[in-house]
Design a protein around this ligand. Structure first.
Ligand code: UDP
Ligand code: LCN
Length: 801
C-alpha cells in the first residue's frame, strides 16, 4: 500500500493529496471513520476527478486520526490486513507500527501516559508461529479443509510416526467401559496393517447385509472391537478406508476415516446468561436467537449422532448419544421453568437443559435474572459447580464442549481445560462490533457494559478454542469495506488497561463457517396449506390485524387490508425497530400503501428493567405521536411462542406482505431465514450477516437502515414493481424459499459440526504439546487479569445492592 501512497505523492496528484489533507483539517473532527472519509471525499469529488491513484487509495482508507503536525492513515489493503502511515505536514510518509498506532489512539482520548511506564501488551502472535496458517483470505473460514491437508502431510511425512499416532489414536476410544475399534490384541502398527487385511478378508466373504452381531466375535479375535459398522458392507468400507490411509495416505482419506470414527457420544452446550428454556423466554432481554439456535441445534445434533451410532454398529449395543445444554438456574424465574434443575428437550430421546445456580455471593442479584453485562463475577465458580453436575449427568466426561456467546465461551474454556475435552465456540454476536468505539471509550461505558471483562473473556475463549464456528464469512473478516467481528480483535487498545498487539490469528484453520438452519417443522412455506391449521391461522390473523386488547396490543388499523410491512425483534437499540418506525413515519407513500405491524415484546416501560428496552419503548411512542401513525400501525407487545411465529410469518405472506429487518448491525439474523423460508420477501440490513444470506434483488433486498429515505425507496420500488408485474412478489418469495433450503438447513450444519469436532479432536490429540504454552499464557490472562476485575465488579455490585 505504501507504493500506492508513493504513487500519489510522486505524481501530479501530490497537490490533490495536499488539498485532501487540508479538507481533512477543515472537517473539524479529529477521528474520521470510513463513511465520513468517503462522504468528505465524494462531496468534493470534482476536485479529485483527475486523481485515479488518490481515488483508489481513499477506497482502502478505514480511519484517519488527525494530530497537530501529522495525520495518520489507517488502511485496509485487503481483508484481514491493516497498515498505518503517518503523513507529516511536508507529506513525508512514515509507516507506523501497531504499538505506535495504539499509542496514538490513547493520545486521542487523553489516556497516553508514557512517563508512567509502558502499557501492558497482549500478544498472541508468537503462539501461532509454529501452527499452520492459511495464505489466501478467500479460504478463511474453510479451516478444516486446509487442516486436513496439513495434518495428513505432516502426519505421514515420517511414515512410521504417522502410523504410530494413528494406531495410538485408535486405541483411545471407549464408551462406558466398552472398548471400541481395536483392542490389545493388536500390539503394533505392523500388526494393525496385517489385521486390517485379514479382517477385510472376513467381511468380504460375507453377505453385505449381514448384521455386525453375526461376525462380531470373529473380528474381536483379530483385535477389532465394535465401531466399524453395522453391516458387513459398512465394516468393509471403513476398513478399506483405513487400509488406504495406512498404505497411501492423503487428506481426503484422512477426512473420510476420521469422520467415521465414533468419537462423540456426549455433548455439552454452554449458554449461561439468559432465560434458557423452551417456553415463555423468547423476547426477554438477552434471550433471543441464541436460545432458538441452540434448541434446534440440539435436536438435529442428537438425530445426527443417533444416525452415526446406528451406522457404526453401536446403537444395537445400547450406545446412545446424550446432549446437555448447561445454563444457569434462576430461582426467581417469573413463571418460567428456569428455576428447575432439569428440563427435557421436546422431541428428543436424551437431550436436556441442565440448570446450575450461581453461587450466592449476592442473593439480591443471584436470585434473579442478571443481565449478560453483569454476570462476569459468577462464571468461574459456576464452571466449577457445573463440572460436577455435568459429570454426574453424563456419568463421565462429555466428548465435546460447545460454548455460546462470550460468557458461555469463557465457561466452556474453563470446563474444557479441566476436563481435557475438545472445545468449540460460537460467538452469536460479539458486542465489540455492535458498539462503536466500545474499546476506546471502555472506561466511560464500564458502568453499564463492563466491556473490559467481556473483551478479555473473548480473547481468552477465541484463542483457547480448538475450533470456532461462525455463521458467516464476514463474522470472521468482514467485507472489503468493513472489518469483521473477529477481525476487530486483531489489534485494539483498552486505554489504561492493555494494548492488544495481536489478539487473534485470522488465518488460523480453527475458523470454520457453519451457518445455522431453521426448524423446518415450524417454518415452512405459506403455500403448504395442507400443513397449516385453520384455527391457528384465524387466531393469529385476529391478533395481528383485528383484536382489541390494550393490555398487549397498541393500535387499531383504519384499513386492515393494506399490505402489511412486518417486523419482529427484541426492543433493543441495535435491532432498531424505532428506525423502521421512523422510516415509515417519514414516508407518506409507504403509509398510504402499507400498514406497519411490529411484534416487539413489550408495550410498557414499567414492565422492563432493561435500560435499552425502556428507552426504545419511549422512543417508539414518541415516533408514533410525531408522525401521527395511529390507524396505520399495530404494535404487539407479546412474546410469541415459537410455534406461533411460523404461522405469523405465513399469515403476513397470505396478504403478500413483506418483512423488514432494520438492525443497525445483525450478526446473523435468524428471523431473516425464518421469514424467507415461509415466503416473505425480505428487506434486511446491509450491516452484518444478512449481506451473506441474501443475494440482493435476487432473493431479497439490502437496506441501509440508517438512511430512512433510501430504505423507503427500496421498499417502494419493490411495491411499484409488484404493481407492474403481478408475479413479482411470488418470484421473490419463491427465490427466498429456495435460498434457505439450499444453504441453511440444520442437517447441513450438524453433519459439518460433527465432522469438524472429530477432526479437531484428532488434531488436538496429535498436536497437544504445541498448544500448552499458549494455554498457560491464556491461564495467566484469566487469573491475573480477568479474575481480579471480576472480583472488583462483584464488590461494586455488593455495594450497589
Ligand atoms: N422470536 C420468537 N418470538 C418472539 C420474538 C422473537 O420466537 O416474540 C424468535 C424469532 O423467531 C427468532 C429469534 O427469536 O428465532 C430471534 O433471533 P435473531 O437471530 O433474529 O435475533 P437475536 O434476538 O438473537 O439477536
Ligand atoms: C445472536 C444474534 O444477534 C443473531 O444475529 C444471531 O442470529 C443469533 O444470535 C443466533 O446465532
Amino acid at each position: 500500500m505504501s507504493e500506492l501512497i508513493q504513487a500519489v505523492l510522486k505524481s501530479e496528484e501530490r497537490s490533490n493529496f495536499r488539498q485532501f489533507a487540508s479538507l481533512l483539517r477543515s472537517a473539524d473532527k479529529k477521528y474520521l471513520l470510513r463513511n465520513e472519509i468517503l462522504q468528505l471525499f465524494n462531496e468534493k469529488s470534482e476536485q479529485f476527478s483527475d486523481s485515479p491513484n488518490l481515488q483508489k487509495l481513499i477506497r482502502y482508507v478505514q480511519e484517519i486520526i488527525l494530530e497537530n503536525d501529522f495525520f495518520c492513515l489507517i488502511i485496509r489493503p485487503r481483508i484481514a490486513k491493516q497498515e498505518a502511515y503517518r503523513i507529516l505536514e511536508d507529506l513525508t510518509v512514515e509507516p507506523m507500527s501497531v504499538q505506535e498506532l495504539l499509542d496514538l489512539r490513547d493520545r486521542f482520548v487523553n489516556h497516553y501516559h508514557p512517563q508512567e511506564g509502558d502499557v501492558y501488551e497482549i500478544d498472541f502472535a508468537p503462539f501461532y508461529d509454529y501452527s499452520p496458517v492459511l495464505r489466501d483470505p478467500k479460504n478463511i473460514g474453510k479451516g478444516v479443509e486446509y487442516l486436513n491437508r496439513f495434518l495428513s502431510s505432516q502426519l505421514f511425512q515420517d511414515e512410521k510416526k504417522g502410523q504410530v499416532s494413528l494406531y495410538q489414536f485408535l486405541q483411545l476410544h471407549r464408551y462406558n467401559g466398552l472398548q471400541l475399534l481395536i483392542n490389545e490384541r493388536i500390539r503394533s502398527t505392523e500388526e494393525l496393517s496385517d489385521r486390517v487385511k485379514q479382517a477385510l478378508g472376513i467381511v468380504s466373504d460375507r453377505d453385505p447385509n449381514d448384521p455386525y452381531q453375526t461376525f462380531r466375535f470373529e473380528l474381536q479375535d483379530l483385535g477389532f472391537e465394535p465401531g466399524w459398522g453395522n453391516t458387513a458392507a459398512r465394516v468393509r468400507e471403513t476398513l478399506e478406508i483405513l487400509d488406504q490411509l495406512i498404505d497411501s495416505p492423503d487428506h481426503q482419506t484422512l477426512d473420510a476415516f476420521i469422520s467415521r470414527i465414533p468419537m462423540i457420544f456426549r455433548v455439552a452446550l454452554i449458554s449461561p446468561h439468559g432465560w434458557f428454556g423452551q417456553e415463555g423466554v423468547l423476547g426477554r432481554p438477552d434471550t433471543g436467537g441464541q436460545v432458538v439456535y441452540i434448541l434446534d441445534q440440539v435436536k438435529s445434533l442428537e438425530k445426527q449422532l443417533q444416525e452415526d451410532l446406528e451406522l457404526a454398529g453401536l446403537a444395537i449395543l445400547g450406545v446412545q448419544p446424550k446432549v446437555i445444554v448447561l445454563t444457569r438456574l434462576i430461582p426467581n424465574s417469573d413463571g418460567t421453568l428456569c428455576n428447575q434443575r432439569l428440563e427435557k428437550i421436546y422431541g428428543t430421546t436424551d437431550a436436556w437443559i441442565l440448570r446450575v445456580p450461581f453461587r450466592e455471593f449476592n442473593p439480591h442479584l443471584t436470585q434473579n435474572w442478571i443481565s449478560r453485562f453483569e454476570i462476569w463475577p459468577y462464571l468461574e465458580t459456576f464452571a466449577i459447580d457445573a463440572e460436577r453436575e455435568l459429570r454426574a449427568e453424563f456419568q463421565g466426561r462429555p466428548d465435546l464442549i460447545i460454548g455460546n456467546y462470550s460468557d458461555g465461551n469463557l465457561v466452556a474454556f474453563l470446563l474444557a481445560r479441566r476436563l481435557k475435552v475438545t472445545h468449540c465456540i460460537i460467538a452469536h454476536a460479539l458486542e465489540k462490533s455492535k458498539y462503536l468505539f466500545s474499546n476506546l471509550y471502555w472506561q466511560d461505558l464500564e458502568d453499564k457494559y463492563h466491556f473490559s471483562l467481556q473483551f478479555t473473556a473473548d480473547l481468552i475463549a477465541m484463542n483457547a478454542a480448538n475450533f470456532i464456528i461462525s455463521s458467516t464469512y464476514q463474522e470472521i473478516v468482514g467485507t472489503p469495506e468493513s472489518v469483521g467481528q473477529y477481525e476487530s480483535y486483531k489489534s485494539f487498545t483498552m486505554p489504561d488497561l492493555y494494548h492488544v498487539v495481536d489478539g487473534i490469528e485470522l488465518f488460523s484453520p480453527k475458523f470454520n463457517v457453519v451457518p445455522p438452519g431453521v426448524n423446518e417443522a415450524v417454518f415452512f412455506p405459506f403455500t403448504r396449506t395442507e400443513d397449516r391449521l385453520l384455527n391457528d391461522r384465524e387466531r393469529l390473523e385476529n391478533l395481528l390485524f383485528y383484536d382489541d386488547d390494550p393490555e398487549q396490543i397498541y393500535g387499531k388499523l383504519d384499513n386492515p387490508d393494506k399490505r402489511p410491512l412486518f417486523s419482529m425483534a427484541r426492543l433493543d437499540r441495535i435491532k432498531n425497530l424505532t428506525g423502521l418506525a421512523e422510516t415509515y413515519g417519514q414516508s407518506e407513500s409507504l403509509q398510504e400503501r402499507c400498514n406497519l405491524i411490529l411484534i416487539a415484546g413489550k408495550l410498557r416501560t414499567d414492565d422492563s428493567t432493561d435500560h435499552e428496552e425502556i428507552s426504545e419503548i419511549e422512543k417508539l411512542y414518541e415516533i408514533i405521536d410525531r408522525y401521527q401513525l395511529k390507524g396505520k400501525i399495530r404494535w404487539l407487545g407479546v412474546r410469541l411462542p415459537k410455534i406461533d411465529t411460523g404461522e405469523v410469518y405465513r399469515v403476513i405472506a397470505d396478504r403478500e406482505g413483506i418483512f423488514v429487518q432494520p438492525a443497525l448491525f445483525e450478526a446473523f439474523g435468524l428471523t431473516i431465514l425464518e421469514a424467507m423460508v415461509t415466503g416473505l420477501p425480505m428487506f434486511a440490513t446491509r450491516f452484518g450477516g444478512p449481506l451473506e444470506i441474501i443475494q440482493n434483488k435476487v432473493n431479497g433486498f439490502y437496506i441501509n437502515p440508517t438512511n430512512y429515505e433510501e430504505t423507503a425507496e427500496v421498499i417502494l420500488e419493490f411495491l411499484d414493481q409488484c404493481d407492474r408485474d403481478p408475479h413479482y412478489w411470488s418470484q421473490i418469495s419463491q427465490r427466498g424459499i429456495e435460498r434457505v433450503y439450499s444453504t441453511y438447513t440444520w442437517k447441513i450444519h450438524t453433519t459439518r459440526l460433527l465432522s469438524l469436532a472429530k477432526i479437531y479432536g484428532f488434531w488436538n490429540y496429535t498436536s497437544q504439546d504445541h498448544r500448552e504454552d499458549m494455554m498457560r499464557y491464556i491461564e495467566s490472562l484469566f487469573y491475573l487479569l480477568y479474575r481480579p476485575r471480576a472480583q472488583g465488579l462483584l464488590a461494586e455490585q455488593l455495594q450497589r445492592s
